[in-house]
Design a protein. Structure first.
Length: 133
């Protein structure tokens, strides 16, 4: 173990952050469309809020935060994968709800699980995946 590593005391991935332009719109999407729970909603300066949403019972949250000064919100690939037991059902439900999803579920075969991309109202991309186990 390196000297730096021994001083970090990192124990888990606590949260991942996506930047959003409109916090209330993001909350509507993540809570009402995706079914997350809002677990933190605190002011963090004039006109700004720190909001975290989570899947019920999960430790890791998604923070919905304003972008750094002079940078646009959203538009990025978050690297966040959401697991589902029914990728086709999730795709159909999100499509019916008007969410921005790929036209169809991608199936590469082999050990790669079926998946599709989902974009929040700010263009942040997430992947919905049906793991094989």
């Amino acid at each position: 173990m390196s000297t730096v590593t021994s001083k970090l005391n990192i124990s888990k991935v606590g949260r991942v952050c996506v930047t959003v332009a409109d916090t209330d719109r993001a909350i509507d999407f993540y809570v009402d469309t995706l079914g997350f729970e809002k677990v933190v909603d605190e002011p963090m300066g004039p006109g700004l809020r720190w909001v975290e949403v989570a899947i019920s019972g999960a430790e890791t949250t998604i923070a919905l935060a304003p972008p750094p000064p002079d940078q646009p919100a959203g538009g990025g690939q978050t690297g966040i994968c959401l697991d589902t037991s029914d990728v086709d059902g999730a795709h159909a439900a999100l499509k019916d709800a008007g969410a921005d999803v790929d036209a169809e579920v991608t199936r590469y075969g082999g050990p790669v699980p079926p998946m599709f991309w989902l974009r929040d109202p700010d263009g942040n991309s997430l992947i919905v995946v049906q793991p094989s186990s």
